[in-house]
Design a binder for this molecule. Structure first.
Ligand code: 5AD
Ligand code: FES
Length: 349
């Protein structure tokens, strides 16, 4: 294992067979070594800074029907909501006052939120908060639509690829969705000039080490600016409601591998990681993550954006979340960074 980890550190990649061996052969010693090397790389580029992004979950309507997701179209138990433009601008106002300089607009693929309406949102936010970055996370769209949002000022886009294996992809999604289109979107976004984030769930039903090796090799090829990974967590009203959750241990291991593959990547310690373990996000940072995305959505809708069960931070006011997170980050010897927190290779606009 040591030889594989040293090779990964040196060459920033491995073959599919080697990645599979690294994952299947993992043990505590290997994990410790990986974390140590991942933290050293992160230290080199970002020091002890952890970037905060204000997450605004602005609609839980979704036309898709992903088998794992609590806001899937077929979930009749989901209480649907949609924030208005004014609600969203209020979130930004509060977030700005709390020190956020990145707003992440995340939502289901909600047909009411047409490309024009989203474009208008982006323009309005960028007009009022020109020193902030806007990240969109609203699913699959055409090149032309992505271009129009970029022209309106959107800086970054998050679209997890979910799994890089076509068969595994089909087992997680209905036939109307394809890995091919998902990847087309990611390449379009990158070509347009967004800072792009892909990613996947750890421990999704049917996932094995070969699938994960493919995910890692896809990440190597795409070279995204951001990678979002978190454990799969069952949501009781979905077809995967009785499946087992992904583990903290494997998620941390993969975070460290991704840090070694892309030393400069922006890597969040996700809410899902904080949900499966009370210290999940802190452990994520200690394994190489350098971003946290606390919730800025109004408390009245927090519980409704339930992609999975028992999600944390659904009862707290935005200000409480920031304070709590800052304290957590400081307690482990890190500090929250002011500013937009762009990828190192991106020129500030
Ligand atoms: N458990 C963990 N993560 C999930 N996501 C969706 N449903 C779940 C779940 N049950 C993730 C997907 C999606 C992101 C917004 O949330 O990876 O891309
Ligand atoms: Fe939200 Fe702790 S980060 S309450």
């Amino acid at each position: 294992m040591r030889a594989l980890i040293e090779k990964l550190e040196r060459e920033h990649t491995l073959s599919a067979v080697e990645f599979t061996a690294l994952i299947e052969g993992r043990n505590e010693t290997a994990a410790e070594l990986l974390f140590e090397k991942a933290v050293a790389q992160r230290q080199k580029y970002y020091g002890k800074d952890v970037y905060l992004r204000g997450l605004i979950e602005f609609t839980n309507y979704c036309k898709n029907d992903c088998y794992y997701c609590g806001i899937r179209r077929s979930n009749r138990h989901a209480q649907r909501y949609r924030l208005t433009k004014e609600d969203i601008l209020d979130c930004c106002r509060m977030g700005y006052a709390l020190g956020y300089r990145t707003f992440v607009l995340q939502g289901g693929e909600d047909p009411w939120y047409t490309p024009e309406r989203i474009e208008d949102l982006v323009r309005s936010i960028k007009k009022e908060y020109s020193d902030c970055a806007v990240t969109l996370s609203v699913g699959e769209h055409s090149h032309a639509v992505y271009q129009s949002w970029f022209n309106a000022g959107a800086d970054r886009y998050l679209l997890r690829h979910e799994t890089a294996d076509p068969n595994h992809y089909s087992s997680l999604h209905p036939e109307a969705m394809s890995l091919e289109n998902r990847l087309r979107c990611l390449w379009d976004l990158k070509e347009i000039g967004y800072q792009v984030g892909c990613g996947f769930m750890v421990g999704s039903p049917g996932q094995n080490a070969e699938h994960l090796a493919k995910d890692l090799l896809f990440i190597r090829t795409l070279e995204p600016h951001m990678v979002g990974i978190g454990p799969f967590i069952p949501q009781k009203d979905t077809p995967f409601g009785k499946e087992t959750a992904g583990t903290l241990e494997l998620t941390l291991y993969l975070l460290a591998i991704i840090r070694l593959m892309l030393p400069e990547v922006l890597l969040p310690a996700t809410t899902a990681l904080g949900t499966i373990h009370p210290m999940g996000r802190e452990k994520g940072i200690l394994a190489g993550a350098n971003v946290c995305m606390p919730n800025l959505s109004p408390t009245s809708v927090r519980k409704k954006y339930a992609l999975y069960d028992n999600k944390i931070c659904t009862g707290d006011e935005a200000a409480e979340c920031v304070q709590c997170l800052c304290r957590r980050i400081e307690r482990i010897g890190y500090k929250t960074a002011a500013g937009r927190g762009d990828h190192i290779r991106i020129e500030r606009k």
